[in-house]
Design a protein. Structure first.
Length: 473
């Protein structure tokens, strides 16, 4: 490759001014000229300093020589070559380059080769980082991630919550973050975006489509200047609901402690007082012992209710059942409960449309259900009234009904009658105490039997409680 002095000077000046790493080879593949950047690259990768009019590639590793020698030979035949390559420096750091090999022609004859190498290491590393960032964003559950420039143009978008918009992340790429916020009626977020742009991270909670979200924005600095912002949105609806549930449980716990302490205090105080009276008035022993017994039973009833609530609410609780003839089962309980009715001159009648009705029940637990319903009916019935207990068999189902003619339940109390520690608890017509746990326990037991329970009531006219169970044929 023969050049005049002026041509040679001009060519070298052009090569030296080029940003790429440039080397000229003659037809013998010797380095006619190369700029400083090219020489530094050879030193960096191969560990030697190239010299003019000497071959570069016969000094490289054997694998490197075998790769590039055929490509250079093809260039001497007029073939253009362009490729992105990766290598490592002497310290094994990754390097990425775009290599262009041009045959130099004169009158259609190849006179030499120009090699141009452009360092794209940072671009490649950025591309790898962005790809990792995008993959991370797309796999975050309940979270969206947006990566924006300082004009709020969305460069990357992904995440598990994009479905709430009915699209995927690609829909947002290229759009403007502020425009998207306005389209979604989320204008209240825009001031937080602008605050992030001046370098202040932001966070807030907001609602969108009946869901709760937590927004965080982060400025990305380069040379002490914000170059990008990251917007992270997390769906915290489940977390909010869980927190609400925990708060409700905490409130319930406080309520239980207050109610139990109050209700247990009364019978225990009575026992202490009656015991003191026994010391000074021994002739009243029988009467005081009867009152002590009643107070003990009241305290025991509260403790049993609490134990039942705990046992029935346990996920590991298993209900054992036996096939039982229901009518005989209810009649046996009536014998035990009838004494309270006699004290108020209340008549309890039992009715059925079938003599033998068989169901699968836990005898102890379901006895608690029937006893509680009969006891309530007596408690809230007036003296000299009537209670009807009936069983109705119909198409493999059984309906148990307890109907009284008592004071009834106000509509507002009917809504919470089956709640734990319900405030619907009231004193009976003879001042009988109610602890607010009975109907909650009844409902739990019925549902553990795959049954249903409900009631119908009208103030001053009475209440009917219904239980529906499957029968056993």
């Amino acid at each position: 490759m023969t050049l005049t002095v002026a041509e040679d000077t001009l060519l070298k000046s052009v090569i030296d001014s080029m940003a790429e790493k440039v080397c000229l080879l003659d037809t013998s593949l010797r380095a006619v000229y190369f700029n400083k950047a090219f020489g530094e690259l050879v030193e960096l990768i191969h560990g030697f300093t190239p010299k003019y009019n000497e071959s570069i590639y016969d000094k490289t590793s054997e694998s490197y020589y075998k790769t590039w020698y055929p490509i250079l030979k093809n260039a001497l035949l007029g073939e253009y070559f362009e490729q992105t390559i990766s290598a490592t420096d002497q310290n094994k750091n990754p390097l990425h380059y775009k290599v262009v090999i041009n045959p130099l022609l004169n009158n259609e004859e190849v006179k030499g080769i120009m090699i141009k190498i452009n360092d794209i290491t940072q671009e490649k590393l950025n591309e790898i980082d962005l790809r990792a960032f995008r993959q991370l964003a797309e796999n975050l559950p309940n979270t969206d991630v947006l990566f924006c420039d300082t004009d709020f143009n969305i460069l990357i978008a992904g995440g598990g919550e994009m479905k709430k918009y009915g699209v995927d992340g690609n829909y947002f790429i290229g759009k403007n973050l502020v425009d998207v916020a306005m389209q979604l009626n989320l204008e209240m977020l825009i001031p937080f975006y602008h605050q992030t742009l001046v370098g202040i991270p932001q966070s807030l909670e907001y609602e969108f489509g009946n869901e709760h979200y937590w927004l965080e924005t982060f400025p990305i600095f380069e040379h002490n200047k914000v170059q990008n912002i990251i917007v992270i949105t997390r769906n915290i609806t489940d977390l909010k609901r869980m927190n609400m549930k925990l708060q409700q449980l905490n409130n319930t716990k406080d309520s239980i402690l207050g109610i139990v302490a109050h209700d247990l205090r009364n019978p225990i105080t009575a026992i202490i007082g009656l015991s003191d009276l026994l010391k000074v008035t021994p002739h009243e022993t029988e009467h005081y012992v009867s009152l002590i017994n009643r107070s003990c039973n009241n305290a025991l009833s509260i403790i049993v209710d609490l134990l039942d609530i705990t046992e029935l609410g346990n996920d590991t609780f298993k209900l054992d059942t036996d096939t039982t003839e229901l009518n005989a089962f209810i009649n046996d309980i009536l014998v035990l409960e009838n004494h309270n009715a006699i004290n108020k001159n209340i008549t309890i009648d039992f009715e059925t449309n079938r003599d033998d009705i068989f169901v699968r029940i836990n005898l102890d637990k379901f006895a608690r259900v029937v006893s509680n319903l009969i006891s309530n009916a007596v408690k809230f019935s007036h003296n000299d009234s009537r209670i009807i207990i009936s069983t109705l068999y119909n198409h493999n189902m059984v309906l148990i009904k307890v109907q009284d003619q008592g004071i009834g339940i106000p509509p507002v109390m009917q809504e919470v009658i089956f709640d734990k520690f319900t405030k619907a608890g009231r004193k009976g017509t003879a001042g009988e105490k109610s602890f607010g746990l009975g109907m909650s326990i009844v409902k739990q037991i019925v549902e553990l039997h795959d049954g249903k329970i409900w009631l119908e009531s009208e103030e001053n006219k009475g209440t009917a409680v219904y239980i529906e169970l499957k029968s056993v044929i």
